[in-house]
Design a protein around this ligand. Structure first.
Ligand SMILES: [Mn+2]
Length: 455
């Protein structure tokens, strides 16, 4: 792998943008939000599109790019700020770090907004400023049109094929996330609550001067797909599902899920289902290479899960028929993964512009509607592969589902697997010219290896 300096990498991105978009582009970073008074700030996170071209987080700044040149607009902190914050870099120094061609106070941006394209930021004060300075209502996600739509498409093209600078960061996030998961496994035998395991995992991330790329899921209720509470006590018969990923200081994410037994040893029923999810995970990754449709990978996962559940006697019928009627989605209701980069669901602020090939829209099928990515794989793309098995009460107790799938589920047999609430195995898979490289491969997935890390 060729190491790339920050400035060199950023200049390449700006040049590529200039080749795709003729008009000037202005991107805002957003600003840190105060909690109960302005100086008590919630953690500042710069907008990802800004980070992609500016490289580092700068609170309340904007960049204007045209013909490959970048102008940075930001205010120096007032002199009295040094009392509280110490010496912080001035505009010129930051401009030098990121290879800006010119630097200006923020107020001068208003002179340079003519015909500029932009992408809306999520933070509301800055969003209003965007609309005011551009003198138009800046649209979000699927409502994008004209200049901004052209820009969004160009940015998607760049951000979905990771360059060496991005890969350096993504590898660091992956490596630290692997260590966090190992720490979570090792902490289990000394822990009595989910919160203690979360603490052990996030502690590793914080100790590497990183933050979490998303709210961690660390739970014995893995069937609650976005569970964000950590108050449950651990019981020896529980499985623990941990979906935890680090973000580098410049904003690049990892996204890993592992599921392990609190006692250290999977029960036979837990192991049976775990092996099915693992088979789906492994077979998906083995099939991935440039040109393969991601939806085919999702359907492969669905097929492997359906086949495994038939073998266990939980589902009845031919696996391909079960997938065609979405019966697998009773237990695997989400998509097999998503794009990963500066955001954990990368570029989903643009709706499905990034995730869906032009002309494709979300399916209304139960088994396909939650697929977040429907494009052919290409070299340089980073995606997650995260098949799962869950017993979600809202699905399995739903009278419509029960009626529809009455004949294909052996409910009595299913009841024997009551000690499995949720299993997910998630890795970060880089598409290469010849196939794949799993950036998170250092974290084991096999039952015996996971047991050894927990015990
Ligand atoms: Mn994920």
């Amino acid at each position: 792998m060729v190491a790339q300096s920050l400035i060199e990498g950023l200049k390449q991105r700006r040049n590529k943008l200039a080749q795709a978009v003729a008009q000037p582009v202005i991107l805002w970073s957003g600003r840190g939000v105060g909690r109960n008074f302005p100086a008590n700030k919630l953690a500042f996170r710069a907008s990802s599109h800004f980070l992609y071209f500016a490289g580092i987080p700068i609170d309340n700044a904007a960049v204007r790019m045209e013909d490959g040149k970048l102008e940075l607009f930001m205010d120096n902190p007032p002199p009295q700020a040094t009392l509280w914050h110490g010496e912080t870099p001035q505009r010129e120094e930051i401009g030098a770090i990121i290879g800006a061609d010119r630097v200006y106070p923020l107020a001068e941006l208003s002179q340079k907004t003519k015909d500029a394209a932009t992408i809306a930021v999520q933070e509301s004060t800055t969003y209003q400023e965007q609309c005011r300075l551009l003198d138009r209502s800046v649209a979000f996600s699927d409502r994008l049109k004209d200049l901004d739509l052209e820009l969004a498409k160009a940015v998607v093209k760049l951000r979905s094929q990771h360059d060496p600078l991005a890969l350096q960061e993504l590898r660091q996030a992956a490596a630290v996330s692997v260590e966090a998961h190992k720490a979570g496994m090792a902490a289990t035998k000394h822990s009595t609550t989910e919160a203690q395991i979360r603490g052990a995992m996030e502690g590793v991330i914080i100790a590497h001067n990183m933050c979490c790329a998303y709210n961690s899921i660390v739970t014995v209720h893995g069937e609650v797909l976005h569970n964000e509470t950590y108050s449950n006590k651990l019981q020896p018969q529980d499985l623990l599902l941990a979906d935890v990923g680090a973000e580098t200081p410049n904003g690049w994410a990892a996204d890993i899920t592992r599921t392990w037994a609190v006692s250290g040893k999977f029960s036979s029923t837990q192991k049976d289902l775990y092996e099915i999810v693992l088979a789906a995970h492994d077979r998906c990754i083995a099939q991935m290479r440039p040109g393969v449709e991601y939806q085919e990978i999702h359907l492969l996962a669905a097929g492997v899960i359906a086949e495994g559940l038939v073998d266990l006697g939980i589902l009845k019928g031919k696996p391909q028929d079960l997938v065609a009627t979405d019966a697998h989605a009773l237990f695997f209701p989400h998509g097999v993964g998503h794009l990963l980069g500066l955001d954990v669901h990368d570029m989903e602020d643009l709706g499905d512009i990034a995730g869906y090939e032009p002309g494709r829209t979300r399916s209304d099928r139960f088994g396909l509607g939650y697929l977040r990515l429907n494009r052919p794989l290409q070299s340089g793309m980073l995606v997650t592969i995260e098949p799962g098995f869950y017993q979600v009460p809202a699905i399995l107790s739903d009278s419509n589902f029960r009626a529809k799938y009455q004949d294909v589920v052996d409910w009595e047999r299913l009841a024997q697997f009551g000690d499995v609430k949720g299993i997910r195995i998630e890795d970060d898979v880089l598409i290469t010219d010849s196939g794949t490289e799993v950036l998170t491969a250092q974290l084991p997935t096999k039952v015996a290896e996971i047991e050894a890390l927990v015990l």
